[in-house]
Structures are given as structure tokens and as C-alpha cells.
Design a protein around this ligand. Structure first.
Ligand SMILES: [Zn+2]
Length: 140
């Protein structure tokens, strides 16, 4: 439920929610219970912070949690953090989609052997041999 919204929520925020227990029915909250995320002004100085709303999966009560104690910032800054979170999620998902195919991927050992080669050999000729290119003979 609302998987896309819980994905927008930075990990440190969803962790706070996951540690919550419903005051009405004692049900533990899960990050999947999150149904809203946003920014809000609070306090006399009108600082800006994040808030998250989640709905108890058992008794359906809705609870709003503000994060003024953990993070304040300008509205722009906070929006940017949420966007960054979305971008990271998207990148992770893409990486997962491509994982089964190893085609085109460079293994760590290959990188290491290349780097040690580069450290030991400096001539262009050696380099061309290493990458498998045939040197042309100019005497023909
Ligand atoms: Zn409840």
C-alpha cells in the first residue's frame, strides 16, 4: 500500500515511523503505512521541516509526525532532499533491473589487472598489446 510514497521518504525518516507504536491499538507502524510526506512551517520562528502522515494498519487512525527536532531548512532545501531521495530510488531500481545481465559489466578483477598493468607499463606499444590491438608494420 502506498509503496511509491514510502519510497519518497528518506530512510532516517521512515526509521522514525517504524519505531512508532499506535497509541490507540498498540500496533507497530511500518513504512508502508506512510500515506503522505511533505514540508511544513512550525514554531514561532516559522522554521520549515518535514512531516509524514501514516495510517495505522489495524485501527486506521492517522498520525502526523513532524521532524523539527531532526531537520530544519529552507523550503527549497527540503524539497531538494526529497527529490534527491526519489532520484536515488530510481537509480537503485534501474540498477536492479539490469543486474541479471552481466554483459558489458567490468568485473573488479579486470579493473585491478588493468590498473596494475598501467602502473607497470608505460609504453604505447605495451598498452596496445594489452587491449588486443595489432600493431601495424610500416615496412610493407
Ligand atoms: Zn492503531
Amino acid at each position: 500500500m502506498n509503496k511509491s510514497i514510502s519510497n519518497c521518504v528518506p530512510r532516517w525518516m521512515s526509521k522514525v515511523i517504524e519505531n512508532k507504536v499506535c497509541e490507540r491499538c498498540q500496533q507497530s507502524a511500518a513504512k508502508e503505512d506512510i500515506c503522505a510526506v511533505g514540508i511544513r512551517a512550525f514554531g514561532r520562528k516559522k522554521d520549515t521541516t518535514f512531516y509524514v502522515e501514516h495510517q495505522c494498519s489495524k485501527c486506521q487512525v492517522r498520525i502526523i509526525t513532524s521532524f523539527g527536532a531532526q531537520k530544519t531548512g529552507s523550503a527549497e532545501e527540503l524539497c531538494y532532499i526529497l527529490l534527491e531521495q526519489l532520484q536515488t530510488q530510481r537509480r537503485l531500481q534501474k540498477a536492479r533491473e539490469f543486474e541479471p545481465e552481466s554483459i558489458g559489466k567490468i568485473r573488479d578483477e579486470e579493473v585491478e589487472s588493468f590498473l596494475s598493468f598501467m602502473n607497470e607499463n608505460e609504453s604505447h606499444e605495451d598498452f596496445m598489446k594489452f587491449i588486443g590491438s595489432k600493431l601495424q608494420n610500416d615496412e610493407d
